[in-house]
Design a protein around this ligand. Structure first.
Ligand code: HEC
Length: 155
C-alpha cells in the first residue's frame, strides 16, 4: 500500500513537471508571436510614414509603392499573428485586448479592410496619381484607427 502510494506520488510529480514544461513552452511561443507582431506593426508604421513623406514632398510616388504593398501584405498577415493565448494572459506586455478573441471574425475583417485600402493605395502610387493616392492614404489610415479603437489598449 505504502509502495503504491509512493508510485502514485511519483507519477503525480512527473505529471506536474510535464504540465509545467508545456506551460512554459506555451508562454515562450506567445511571447515570440507578440514580439513578432509588435515588430510588424512598427514596420507598418514606418511604411505609412514613408508614403506620407513622399505625398507631402510631392515626390515621385512610384518610389513608395512597395511601402504601401508592405502595408497590404501586413493586413493579410494580421489574422495569423493573434493565436489564442497571445493576449494579456501570456504574461508579456501586449496592447491586444481580449475583445480580439471574443470577436475574431470582426477583427479579421478589419485586417482585411486594411489590406484592401492599402492595395488601392499601392495602385495609386504606382500610377503616380497624387489625388487618388491622397484619398487612399486617408482610407488606409482610417482602417488602422478603426481596429485600434476597439481592439488595442490605449497607450
Ligand atoms: C485588425 C486590427 C488592426 C489594424 C487594421 C491595425 N492595427 Fe495596429 N495594432 C493592433 C493591435 C491589436 C495592436 C497591439 C499589438 C500588441 O501589443 O500585441 C496594434 C499595435 C500597433 C502598434 C504598436 C506596436 C508596438 O510597438 O507595440 C503600432 C505602431 C500600430 N499598431 C500601427 C498600425 C498602423 C500604422 C496600422 C495601419 C496601417 C495598423 N496598426 C493597423 C491592431 C490593428
Amino acid at each position: 500500500m505504502l509502495r503504491l502510494k509512493s508510485i502514485a506520488g511519483s507519477l503525480l510529480l512527473i505529471g506536474l513537471t510535464v504540465t509545467g514544461l508545456s506551460f512554459a513552452q506555451a508562454q515562450t511561443g506567445a511571447a515570440d508571436v507578440i514580439a513578432a507582431r509588435q515588430a510588424g506593426y512598427k514596420a507598418t508604421l514606418a511604411n505609412v510614414g514613408a508614403v506620407k513623406k513622399a505625398l507631402d514632398a510631392g515626390a515621385d510616388l512610384t518610389t513608395v509603392a512597395s511601402n504601401a504593398q508592405g502595408v497590404a501584405d501586413w493586413g493579410h498577415k494580421i489574422p495569423t499573428m493573434f493565436p489564442v493565448g497571445s493576449g494579456t494572459e501570456a504574461g508579456v506586455k501586449t496592447a491586444a485586448l481580449p475583445e480580439i478573441w471574443a470577436s475574431k471574425a470582426d477583427f479579421d475583417k478589419l485586417a482585411g479592410n486594411l489590406a484592401t485600402e492599402a492595395t488601392k493605395l499601392t495602385a495609386a502610387l504606382k500610377a503616380n496619381d497624387k489625388a487618388a493616392a491622397t484619398t487612399a492614404f486617408a482610407a488606409t489610415g482610417a482602417a488602422c484607427g478603426a481596429c485600434h479603437k476597439t481592439y488595442r489598449a490605449k497607450p
